[in-house]
Ligand binder design. Structure first.
Ligand code: UDP
Ligand code: MG
Length: 218
């Protein structure tokens, strides 16, 4: 039995969490091969996110959460989630269904073929604004230039499968500010890419306004 931990950072997602759970209930159904659990990280939400997570925790056996005292940002929320996740494979994903849950089965197949990192790569970004696409492209060009080699795959977000072995190496890195996007390629391991089309957000708005967008690649 393979334990699959899905790590979901959430910030002011009261509208989205019920929709995410509905989809998760359809897609993440235990069978004789896989056991799924979902770990939410409440990143200091100001809406009803935390109450909704508490209810979900009481209602479903496979859901847990950690909660921040304030908003620290998606990267910090993910870092916390990854350090708590117990799975044999760990999959960080957004809760707005832009990272489609149906893809996870395909990612697990790749893991079984021997890949320890599986990167879903967006081939279409209709769901993102012009500004988001532009700043994201600039970010990857810049990072890959200063690093001297192409370390970060373009159009891959936080959504990916990471084996326990790779995650343990990442967690050993002394970085205080984690940036998964560079740490995952840094530790190596057998990696593959699968393609998908990014959808529009299920509900609510992007949590990245123009000021915050420049802190992040998307
Ligand atoms: N998020 C977070 N903290 C933040 C901003 C966002 O935990 O400060 C979460 C958000 O709730 C979502 C994911 O990170 O689950 C991606 O955010 P969003 O969909 O707003 O980003 P975009 O898809 O526009 O890049
Ligand atoms: Mg989104």
């Amino acid at each position: 039995m393979l334990n699959v931990s899905i790590v979901v950072p959430v910030y002011n997602e009261e509208e989205m969490i019920p929709l995410f759970l509905e989809e998760a209930n359809k897609r993440f159904v235990d069978d004789d091969k896989y056991h799924y659990s979902i770990l939410f990280v409440n990143d200091g939400s100001k809406d009803k996110t935390l109450e909704i997570l508490k209810e979900a925790y009481l209602k479903y056996k496979n859901i847990s959460y950690v909660s921040f005292s304030r908003n620290f940002g998606q990267d910090a929320a993910l870092a916390a989630g990854l350090s708590y996740a117990k799975g044999d494979v760990v999959i960080p994903m957004d809760c707005d269904l832009q990272d489609p849950p149906y893809l996870i089965k395909e990612m697990l197949k790749k893991y079984e073929e021997g890949y320890e990192i599986v990167n879903p790569q967006r081939v279409k970004r209709d769901g993102d604004s012009f500004m988001k696409k532009k700043t994201s492209g600039m970010f990857y060009k810049f990072i890959n230039k200063i690093s001297g080699r192409k370390v970060m795959p373009e159009n891959v977000s936080q959504f990916r499968l990471i084996s326990r072995r790779a995650l343990n190496e990442i967690l050993k890195m002394p970085e205080k500010v984690r940036m998964l996007r560079s740490e995952v390629p840094f530790v190596g391991f057998k990696t593959c890419t699968i393609e998908f089309e990014r959808q529009v957000r299920g509900a609510g708005k992007t949590k990245y306004n123009y000021r915050r967008i420049f802190n992040f690649a998307g």
